[in-house]
Design a protein around this ligand. Structure first.
Ligand code: XMP
Length: 317
């Protein structure tokens, strides 16, 4: 007899009771979990929830603007865009080691979030943690079955003394999607492919420069557009373009070119621990390849990654 609408009303009243008139902050990425958590929080406490979208400069083409439009304009979430792209890109310049990129992005993110969040005098931090992430720490029980509280949130300084709110902590991914639909969030937001926190930084192999970032954003945007147009997006677990650290010789008119190489990745997977490369239809690949080499200056070759996981990983870094 358990239904998602019961879950929503129980979660809302538990959150309201816990928060009272105080302030809740949270980082929002635009992914499924943070989107659903933010909309639930807005439903429960309105503008007492204050979300931050940190633009780290390595998001997909137009992503920051689109997330703001979806969540702030259409869902009414009190969401502030923090444009830290220059700071991130400065620190990423010349870095090619994958784990170094991840560390720089993680640390810079916390720094930017804390700087903005500390202006607000908040008592609570919202996190979109799911059940699989917290199975080990289940012994902690908060005021209701849907909320856990504790102090000293990892990564943020102790002086902020934030209590954690994790309204999704007893849900699996498919339940989070059902909750999102129950909250009226549009399907396109709910059925998005996952996107890694370090963003395009781990898909630009070799030097990260603004020029190479722009190339990857354009190629990736064309690929995802073609997947949607061909009704393939929802059959795929994750799809994206990667910019390789090699150049290839090509020919354009009567001129020889020497330019960047893009590889396309699309996988079918149930849990992202293992994955099969997706057998994309040849006409779709043909169209995507032609569009990328014609429309993205600086690219003269497109390849398709036909490696499963294992032995490959989904990402290239
Ligand atoms: P791999 O490449 O390990 O990826 O097969 C499995 C899933 O994890 C995502 N991924 C990340 N997500 N931070 C994230 O938030 C990361 O550093 C990271 N690395 C990989 C990847 O996109 C895929 O969904």
């Amino acid at each position: 007899d358990w239904s998602m609408s019961d879950f929503v009303s129980e979660a809302k009243s538990a959150i309201k009771e816990m928060v009272g008139h105080r302030v809740v902050i949270g980082a929002v990425s635009g992914g499924v979990d943070s989107t659903v958590a933010a909309v639930l929080m807005k439903e429960a406490v309105g503008d007492q929830f204050h979300g931050f979208l940190v633009d780290n400069g390595v998001m997909r083409k137009n992503e920051a603007v689109e997330v703001m439009d979806r969540l702030a304009n259409r869902c009414g979430v009190n969401l502030q865009l923090v444009d830290a792209s220059e700071k991130f890109l400065d620190r990423l310049t010349g870095v090619s080691e994958p784990e170094k990129k991840r560390k720089i992005i993680g640390n810079t993110f916390i720094e930017c979030f804390e700087k903005e969040a500390s202006k607000l005098n908040a008592d609570f931090l919202l996190q979109g943690t799911l059940y699989p992430d917290v199975i080990e720490s289940i012994s902690h029980k908060g005021p209701s079955a849907t909320i856990k509280t504790h102090h000293n949130v990892g990564g943020l300084p102790d002086h902020m003394k934030l209590k954690l709110i994790e309204p999704l902590r007893f849900l699996f991914k498919d339940e989070v999607r059902a909750l999102g639909l129950e909250l009226g969030i549009e399907r396109e937001s709910i059925f998005r492919h996952p996107f890694p926190g370090p963003g395009l930084a781990i898909r630009i192999l070799g030097d990260i420069t603004t020029k190479r970032l722009k190339i990857l954003q354009e190629a990736d945007s064309i690929f995802l557009h073609e997947l949607r147009v061909h009704n393939l997006y929802n059959e795929i677990g994750q799809a994206f373009a990667v910019l390789l650290p090699v150049k290839a010789v090509g020919v354009m008119g009567d001129k020889r070119t020497y330019e960047e190489v893009i590889t396309l990745r699309a996988v079918k997977t149930s849990d992202y621990m293992t994955a099969d490369w997706f057998d994309l239809p040849t006409p779709m690949l043909r169209k995507t390849s032609a569009r990328i080499v014609n429309e993205v200056p600086g690219v003269n070759r497109v390849t398709y990654d036909i490696t499963s996981k294992p032995p490959g990983t989904i990402e290239w870094e």
